[in-house]
Design a protein around this ligand. Structure first.
Ligand code: IMP
Ligand code: MG
Length: 192
């Protein structure tokens, strides 16, 4: 992870130039991301074989991760989306979490896997899991691409984790700063 230098090919595919990204450093490169996502996909396939799990992506940050993850999962599964909001634009959690847009499916009796971009304080997921638990899923687990253990304020169980990262504000691969930089194919630390 440390000292990652994108190849010339990778750099050409990165729209960073057009975005004018104030990037301090690249934390996780495209190859490392896809290798880890493939491993997670295999683990999830092994756990849920025989069931048709419902993968719930938390919009909008989790959507890039979900679309790669679902193609690394080899068993039949369904997907759905919901949107929660806690940030309202900035880089610090407000502690106030709202469901902005709810699921289309009934999760009662289903094996549910929440697919999140990042667990920071843990407040968003804690709230979300509580709301989903009330609806009576058969099982309820979390798959998160990133976790910042040093920023955690409440303990949340993460069954599948991509990477632990330092307590820095990161963008790319779905994660944004003021709605920008989601399309970067790597995770980078923003120079704020
Ligand atoms: P938490 O409630 O503090 O755990 O925050 C969870 C949500 O905040 C994530 O799902 C992200 O949408 C957002 N978030 C937390 N840290 C970052 C970051 O470093 N970059 C971009 N978004 C972040
Ligand atoms: Mg999120």
């Amino acid at each position: 992870m440390e000292g990652f230098v994108p190849t010339e090919d990778a750099l050409r595919s990165i729209p960073a130039y057009e975005l004018d990204v104030p990037m301090k450093s690249v934390l996780i490169g495209p190859d490392e991301l896809s290798a880890r996502v493939r491993v997670l996909g295999r683990e999830i396939s092994d756990t849920y074989r025989g069931s048709v799990p419902l993968l719930i992506s938390v919009l909008k940050g989790g959507v890039v991760f979900l679309t790669d993850l679902m193609r690394a999962i080899t068993i039949p599964h369904h997907i759905d989306f919901l949107q929660v909001s806690s940030y309202e634009g900035g880089t610090k959690t407000t502690g106030t979490v709202r469901i902005m847009s709810d699921l289309g499916s009934n999760i009662a009796g289903r094996d549910v896997l929440v697919v999140e971009d990042i667990v920071d304080t843990g407040l968003t997921l804690t709230y979300l899991l509580k709301q989903l638990e009330i609806r009576g899923p058969k099982s309820l687990r979390v798959c998160a691409l990133l976790s910042k253990p040093d920023a955690r304020r409440v303990d949340v169980p993460v069954a599948y984790l991509g990477f632990e990262i330092p307590d820095e504000f990161v963008v790319g691969y779905g994660l944004d700063y003021e709605e920008k930089y989601r399309n970067l194919p790597y995770i980078g630390i923003l120079d704020l």
